[in-house]
Structures are given as C-alpha cells and as structure tokens.
Design a binder for this molecule. Sequence first.
Ligand code: UDX
Length: 445
Amino acid sequence: MHIVVVGTGYVGLVTGACFAEMGLTVTCVDIDAAKVAALREGIIPIHEPGLETLVKTNVAEGRLMFTTSLAEAMASSGIYFIAVGTPSGEDGSADLRHVLNVAREIGRNLTSYAVIVDKSTVPVGTADQVRAAIREELDARGEQLEFDVVSNPEFLKEGAAVADFMKPDRIIVGADSERAAETMRRIYAPFNRNRLRTLFMGVRDAEMTKYAANAMLATKISFINEIAALCDCLDVDVENVRRGIGSDQRIGFQFIYPGCGYGGSCFPKDVKALIHTARNCDFTPRLLDAVEQRNREQRRVLFDKITARFGADLSGLSFGLWGLAFKPGTDDMREAPSKVLIEALLAAGARVRAYDPVAMEVARRELPAAALADGRLVLADNQYAALAGVDAMVLVTEWKPFRFPDFAAMKTAMKQPIIFDGRNQYDPRMISDEGFEYVGIGRRG
Ligand code: UDX
C-alpha cells in the first residue's frame, strides 16, 4: 500500500516514518525544498528520539520518499494524509489556511476515488470544510469524482512520539462511509495485531475526541497547579497531597505534577481553540476558561516567587536557568515557561544565564536577540557554567542531568545558594541540608 503524507512537521514526519517502518510505501510532501532535500539525506529538523534512524533506514530501503510536488505524489496513491500546521489565530481560533490550501490542491489533482485523512488537530466541522474545498475544485474542472474525508487525530507526545505511534493506547478513526473505514482498517492493521486498538466513530466525534483529550489533560495540570498555589497559602506540602490523591486509582498519578505551567505546541493552542469553538456556539466554557487562565498565571509563578524573595526591582541580580525546552526529551520551545520567565526577569532588570541539554540551538533563535547580543542573557556551555556568579538557580525543565546535581560545584559557582524549583524535583529538606535556601511550587521547606 502506498500513502501520501502532506506536511513534514512533527506530526507528518513521525506519521510517515512510522507507517514506512510498518511496511507501507510512503511519500512525504512539503513545500519547503531545502527541508525536503535534507530529509532525503536523513537529516531531520527536530530532536525526537528514534526518528532519525527510522527516516534513514526507510529512505535507504526505498519505502520512504520526500518530494515538493503533491501532484506527483498523488499519482501513485489514493490515500492522502493532511498533516500541516494549524497555528493559533489572533483570537485563539485554529488557523485552517494551510489545511484548506492542501485540500484545494488535492481537488485540483484528483483523478480517481481517494480517502483524504485529516491528521492535523482541527476544530469540529473542519472535515466538512475540507470536503467542500475539494468539491469546489472538482466542480471547477467539471469532475464528478467520489472521495471521502476521514478524521484521524494523533496523540503523540513529543520525546516519545515514535513509541506512541507504534504502540498507541488507541487509534481514533472518524469515518462517515464504510469504504473509508475499510481503507483505514487496512493501513492500521499492523498496529492492531495483538490487540484491537482502533475506535471507529463519526468524523465530528473524532475531531472532538482530540480536543477533549488534550483539554482533559490540561485540566488535570491546571487543577493540581491550583491546589499547589493553595498549599503555598496554607503551609501544606503539595507533594504529600499529590501522592495522597494519585494513589486513588480513579485519579491516578499521571498528569498531576505541579509545575510552572504547561507549554508546547498542543495544550495551550488546543485549549484556546476549544474555548473559541465553544464561544462560536454561544456557549460559555467556564471550566476551560479557568484552565487557560490558571495556566497563564502559572507560567509567571517562578517570576512571582523570585520577586517575592528579592523585591520587584531585580537590577544588579543574576539568575541561572536550568532547562529551556517546554519539557524534557525535546528541543521544542513553543509556549515554553522558560521564555515567559526570561522575558520577565530581563524586564525587571536582571541578568540571565541559561542552559539546556538539547535546546541551545533553538534557544539562540527563540530568545530575545537584543539581550543575547548585549550580554544580559548568556547561553552557557553546561549546567554549572550557567550558575557562575548567580544569585539563584531556577529549575525550569526537569531534564534528568538536573535531578542529582553536584551541589558542591553549584555552591562554588553561585553567589548565593538559593534554588527555585519550578518542577518540584528536589526534596526541600535535603536541599537545606546541603546549605541551600529552597523555594518550590506548593512545597513546605
Ligand atoms: C501533548 C499530549 O500528551 C499528546 O497526547 C498530544 O497529542 C499533544 O500534546 P506534548 O505537548 O508532547 O503532548 O507534551 P506532554 O508530555 O503531554 O506535556 C505537556 C505539558 O504539560 C508540558 O509543558 C509539561 O511540562 C506539562 N505537564 C505535564 C505538567 O506540568 N504536569 C504534568 O503532570 C504533566
């Protein structure tokens, strides 16, 4: 079987490489010629464990191809995945421009029955718009061809995307025709060999499932962050509370880690998009509004704790940040709490030194250029160099090398031994035994 995947971003590339690994022939299409040329050489633009090897082996074995021409790719297949970006519009809505452009191009080049699969995260009703865009192009050519539009959202975690794709908890397929459902059943058959993982439903149901999953997970995080804030007021240790509630199987331990807010390319964007969808139907999403607002505040929690300790004017002070990526295992800094913190620290007059095990190259592009140029913001060579002369260390991303650091080396490097632990990675008592002042999120020192 041969499939086409349009868009070689995070989702498209993982989808294409994993299907190829399972034995399908895959053509990935992207309008970015430089990216396509690099991918043909096995050079991948993102840091994702296992992906580079998958791309290289499958390219070498001829199952994975890259091209800039959708028309050419379409000639060899009748299954087209749309996996292009859906950025947040000004008002929080998902911007469907790229998705609909691809749909129109498919319409212009369609010559026989095809299944068009929406893989991008798109609001309820998008499949109808994709269908209409394709139909319009067919009508313009006087073509009566049949086609189906399917919704097949992804549930990939960055840093574990290959494993998530290969062993999914579930595969969601929204299809409104038996013919399209059968096509999807066939291409996902290798993933269902030991256990039936595919859930079939209506197209709109599938579109909603994706948003509901991410909104539920974001809700868990905002909930525990709110509880942590309350623990701070009440002199309660949220770590004990987290363990206490997580042991109830109905609650569970996952996604109840308090921290400095959720980031990344999905949760912030998807929660906002769902809020926007709700308002469009004159519905007030009280809970989702609160989830979003709590997260907006949470991403400032470290800065607030720093100013509570040092005062509002931070000039003359310097801070060493550990971790820039929005979470460990990735170099992605989209919506990262580190960016919010760095901007706030610089605006308050502080100097910042920062280190991340993999996101340094991305950081050079994403962080304020003026501060990098004049030295107010320094990207350090290693985690200890990031602490040279600083008044406090701030743990922003819980990378493994930060978990058991060399406390003596830290103290030698730092001007003042103070730790702000944005991910509750350390035991406050142990840290104070090491001679540090400790500030966590909802922790009792
Ligand atoms: C998420 C979903 O997990 C995935 O199913 C979906 O397809 C895309 O969005 P991802 O953005 O890669 O994946 O990251 P994830 O590991 O889910 O973490 C999201 C954010 O929540 C991170 O900023 C993380 O630090 C934060 N988080 C997570 C917490 O603050 N506390 C937790 O307990 C869990």
